[in-house]
Structures are given as structure tokens and as C-alpha cells.
Design a protein around this ligand. Structure first.
Ligand code: G6Q
Length: 563
């Protein structure tokens, strides 16, 4: 609730602290210079540009040389991060300070993957023994299921896992399970059910056998409508299959939650519950027991390798100087384009089919974290914050939206992600994949001049009239920024580092924009609204309490139910 003094404060026209920094002024000047520069010329002027603008950590080489930057821009961007207190805020996050101020919580997903002996305190309590205890329980449980020791109600080993959760309790585990398929147990099928649309659970249930199926119900709060609806439907289905034997629930349902009471009210034995803590945000929870389905698929050794990769990136983020710090550079480049060039979106193009859910995962991570317009003091900001994040795996995207990236009226920065080694060396296909990735970023940087386009047309046999007519369509301005992340190989460790890289990028941007990146009141609003309307749709009565459009739609829907 906004208090009146905030409306009257001069900060109300925007949290001008950001725009009042010296670095902001410097960047405004640098932007004016850079706006008239072509990257082709930057490359021509500096033969060491690749070496200068690449950094490696956690099995990832980050090439950001194909961006509209030079040494001065990078220095000024790092200065901006410093002026906004990034170092202090990073220490505060890693130390368990209450940086999620609206929910009065620490933000400690980094503790979940802390592989050092360092203690981490929340309210004077060292959380590391609790973290290790849950990891040990996950190991015991996953070993039992994977070895066949854990059996269903008729004594058969588990062959299918159905993860029921939504948002942070789905996107991370689903994305990582897809990404790490080469490490998964062959004879264990994984299914992820999130949507409240009954189609999602129905289609999953068609593929599993009740005797060999394990439902993993994942919900931090255990009150989320979609997850509870799907979990109830799964339980009803199990009961129908096994003749109503309630003792089957203990063999076929486990829960991951912070809410033991709700878990037990649902009917799941809390012995079969894996806990986590309120200092783990939903979209940062993959590293906790929320990753249980993933751990069942790939085993705890691989799961802990993923934690180790993330920890390596955490260490890099905490210790590398800003000019050599991958998450800082990535975050600040995003600020450069969003706030100085006015770009409104950012593309993610993984050149790896296993990463096909990565753009969707990042949509939540970035847009739920920094899709905000009020700063930490509750004042409306007077600058842009999170861009729209979108993307698809390459090469598919090339045959769809890349046209707009090459020749559209706006420029959209893009991250390209490519593993050096493939898990599937089929003929020469990995070489073709890499060639596509490299040639796209080169083309976006270089473009094609009218002269080059005309020469190509002449070589292809076109007459001069046709050349003249076609050239405008064949020109590519280029100068479109891309960054490339080369992964050694998409293994658990590198995936952990990659995810942690983006988490910290989001944190860096949140600090610069002065946001609380760790609450999500927009998501909470959706949870409330749907409940009210669901009750009204249940009553079956004509609805008149909303605006004319909503009344009309609800009444048309209600009428359709009776047909
Ligand atoms: C994530 C969000 C949100 C949340 C889901 C599921 O940061 O808070 O996506 O993860 O709404 O919530 P539960 O895990 O409580 O069911």
C-alpha cells in the first residue's frame, strides 16, 4: 500500500539516484558516440578485440566482443555497478541479510550449493547442517527409487515419475531434466505436469501405470491452486486404480514443501516430505529438494555436480573484478542496451536441443525478478527495467523470427549458447550446428552493404536493372549485438554454472535498477483473482459483479456448460 508521503516526495517522479550517478552521465556521453559507430569498424580498429572482450569461468567462455562497446564503455558500466553498491549488495545477499525487504526474507539459494565449509547464518542460525541433511535424505531416497528398492503398492519398482508443480516448482526442474537427458536413468520416465488445464494431468496419466508410478508434488506453500488441483486428480486416479486402498498413497506420493501441515492435510506422510526454507525463492529453488525429480532422473552424484558448477560461478561472481566478472558484464550489457539504446527485448538462442526449455526458464527468472516499476523505497522508477525475454533453440529460430533480428526496424540483443562437444555426434551435424551459430552472429555484426549485395547479385547473373531493384531488400545493416556462450560440454557442472550465471546477471540488474528482485506480487495477484472467479463460476448464477466484458465472457462460458 503506497503511503501518501511517498506520493509527495520528490523521489516520486522516479528514483533519480540512478540517473544522478556520475557513471550514468558518462554513459550518456559514450552512448552518443557509440550510436554512430559500426561494430565492423570496432573490429577493424582492434585486432585483439576477442581476447579483450572474452572471459571464462565454470566451463563457459563468454564472448561479448560483438557488442556496441569499447574499453571506456565497459569501464563506465562497471563504475555504474560500483556506484549502485553492487559489491555491498552482493555481500549482503551471500551473508543472509534480509534483502527481500517486502517479504522480510534472506535470499540464500547460494547456500543450497555452498560446497565449501563456510557457515551461513540466518537469524543467528547456521543453515548449512539443514541443507546437508536434506541433501542426504534426497540421496537415500533417490538411491532407493533408482535401485528398485523402493516399490509401489503391489511390490513393483518405480518406472515413472510425475512431477506436479508450477512456476518455480516446475520450470527449473523441467528445464534441467531436459538439459541433462544424457545423464538420466534410461528406464525411468519423467513427466512434468503444471497447467491447471485438466488436459495436462490427463495426458500424463495416460502414459503411466499406477503400480510403477511416483508422484512428486512440489509446492513451497502447498496452497497453489493448480498444483493442489492436479495432485488431487492424481490421488483420485490412484485410488480408482488400486480400489481405494489409502495405504498406497505412502508408496506413490512424496512432497517437496515448506508447509508440513498442508502436506499432511493432503494425506502425504511427512516422512515422505522433503523440506526447504522461506529464504529460497521459488524461481531460485532448483538447487533445493525442488530438484528432487531431476535428482531421481540423473542421480545424486550428478545433481551434486550441478551444485558444484553453480558454486564455482558463485565464487567467480564474488571474487572476480567487475571488468572480468561474467555475471557483472552480462548484467551491465543488458543495462547498456535497455537504458541507453532503449531496446525492449532480449533474445536467448541456445544452439543445443537439450536446452529447449532454457528460454522459458529464463523468462520467469528475469521477468518475475525484475519486471517491476517501483524501487526499494516504494517509489516509481523513471527509467526502464527488465526487457522482454524470449527465444527458441537455434537453428529452428533461424527459420522463424531471425528475419526480424536481421532486418527489422529495432535491434534486439541476443545471447547465443553453444556447447563445444556434443553428446550426439551424428555424422557432421554438430559441425553444421556450430557453423550456423557462428555465421549468424557474424552476419548480425557485419551486415551486408549495398555494394556487397550488388556484387552477389551480379555474380548470380542478374542484370543491372534487377540489381538496382533488389539491392534495398538485400542490404543488412548489421551492427546488431550478440554475445556467445561457448560451453565445454552440456554436463551437470556446466549447466549449474550457466544457470547461476543468469541468476547473478538478474541480481546485478536488480541492484542497478534499485529493485527487490525477490518478490512477485504480480504472481500473487493472479492467485487471488482466479480464486474469486472460480467460486462465482461454481455458483452457476448469472454474473453481474464485474465489468461488462468479464460478465459477458463468464456468462457465455456458463451458458456453454449447460449445452
Ligand atoms: C517463483 C514464484 C512462483 C511460484 C509458483 C509456485 O518465484 O513465486 O512461480 O514458484 O507460484 O508456488 P508454490 O511452489 O508455492 O506452489
Amino acid at each position: 500500500m503506497a503511503s501518501s508521503h511517498k506520493h509527495n516526495s520528490d523521489k516520486d517522479t522516479g528514483s533519480s539516484a540512478l540517473k544522478n550517478t556520475q557513471a550514468w552521465t558518462r554513459l550518456t556521453e559514450l552512448h552518443a558516440d557509440m550510436a554512430g559507430t559500426h561494430m565492423r569498424d570496432l573490429f577493424a580498429a582492434d585486432p585483439k578485440r576477442f581476447q579483450r572482450f572474452t572471459v571464462s569461468a565454470g566451463g563457459i567462455l563468454y564472448d561479448y566482443s560483438k557488442n556496441l562497446i569499447d574499453k571506456e564503455v565497459i569501464a563506465a558500466l562497471c563504475d555504474l555497478a560500483k556506484e549502485r553498491g553492487l559489491e555491498r549488495r552482493t555481500t549482503a545477499m551471500f551473508s543472509g541479510d534480509i534483502i527481500n525487504t517486502t517479504e522480510k526474507r534472506a535470499v540464500l539459494h547460494t547456500a543450497l550449493r555452498n560446497r565449501s565449509n563456510a557457515k551461513i547464518f540466518v537469524d543467528g542460525h547456521n543453515v548449512m547442517p539443514d541443507v546437508m541433511d536434506v541433501l542426504a535424505r534426497m540421496r537415500t531416497f533417490t538411491d532407493k527409487v533408482r535401485s528398485g528398492e523402493w516399490t509401489g503398492c503391489t511390490g513393483k519398482p518405480i518406472r515413472s515419475i510425475v512431477n506436479i508443480g508450477i512456476g518455480g516448482s516446475d520450470l527449473g526442474p523441467y528445464m534441467a531434466t531436459e538439459a541433462l537427458k544424457p545423464y538420466a536413468k534410461d528406464d525411468l520416465d519423467l513427466h512434468f505436469v503444471s497447467n491447471v488445464d485438466g488436459t495436462h494431468i490427463s495426458e500424463a496419466l495416460k502414459k503411466v501405470d499406477y503400480e510403477t508410478c511416483l508422484f512428486v508434488v512440489v509446492s513451497k506453500t502447498f496452497t497453489t491452486q493448480e498444483t493442489l488441483a492436479n495432485a488431487h486428480s492424481a490421488r483420485d486416479w490412484l485410488m480408482a486404480q488400486c480400489g481405494g486402498d489409502e495405504s498406497a498413497i505412502a508408496r506413490h506420493f512424496v512432497a517437496v514443501s515448506t508447509n508440513a501441515q498442508q502436506v499432511s492435510d493432503f494425506g502425504i506422510d511427512t516422512d515422505n516430505m522433503f523440506g526447504f526454507w522461506d529464504w529460497v525463492g521459488g524461481r531460485f529453488s532448483l538447487w533445493s529438494a525442488v530438484g528432487l525429480s531431476l535428482a531421481l532422473a540423473i542421480g545424486m552424484d550428478n545433481f551434486e555436480d550441478m551444485l558444484a558448477g553453480a558454486h564455482e560461478m558463485d565464487q567467480h561472481f564474488r571474487t572476480a573484478p567487475f571488468e572480468k566478472n561474467m555475471p557483472v558484464l552480462m548484467g551491465m550489457l543488458g543495462v547498456w542496451y535497455r537504458n541507453f539504446f532503449g531496446t525492449s527485448s532480449q533474445v536467448i538462442a541456445p544452439y543445443d536441443q537439450y536446452l529447449h526449455r532454457f528460454p522459458a526458464y529464463l523468462q520467469q527468472l528475469e521477468m518475475e525478478s525484475n519486471g517491476k516499476s517501483v524501487d526499494l523505497d516504494g517509489n516509481r522508477v523513471d527509467y526502464e527495467t527488465c526487457p522482454v525475454i524470449w527465444g527458441e533453440p537455434g537453428t529452428n529460430g533461424q527459420h522463424a523470427f531471425f528475419q526480424l533480428l536481421h532486418q527489422g526496424t529495432q535491434f534486439i540483443p541476443a545471447d547465443f549458447i553453444l556447447p563445444v562437444k556434443t553428446h550426439n555426434p551424428v555424422n557432421d551435424q554438430h559441425r553444421l550446428l556450430a557453423a550456423n551459430c557462428f555465421s549468424q552472429t557474424e552476419a548480425m555484426m557485419r551486415g551486408k552493404t549495398a555494394g556487397e549485395a550488388a556484387d552477389e547479385l551480379r555474380v548470380a547473373g542478374y542484370g543491372e536493372d534487377e540489381v538496382e531493384a533488389l539491392v534495398p531488400f538485400k542490404v543488412f545493416e548489421g551492427n546488431r549485438p550478440t554475445s556467445t556462450l561457448l560451453l565445454d560440454v552440456l554436463d551437470p557442472k556446466t549447466l549449474g554454472a550457466l544457470i547461476a550465471l543468469y541468476e547473478h546477471k538478474v541480481f546485478v540488474q536488480g541492484v542497478v535498477w534499485g529493485l527487490n528482485s525477490f518478490d512477485q506480487w504480480g504472481v500473487e495477484l493472479g492467485k487471488q483473482l482466479a480464486k474469486t472467479i472460480a467460486d462465482e463460476l461454481d455458483s452457476g448464477l448469472t454474473v453481474s459483479s464485474h465489468d461488462d466484458s468479464t460478465n459477458g465472457l463468464m456468462n457465455a462460458w456458463l451458458q456453454g456448460q449447460g449445452d
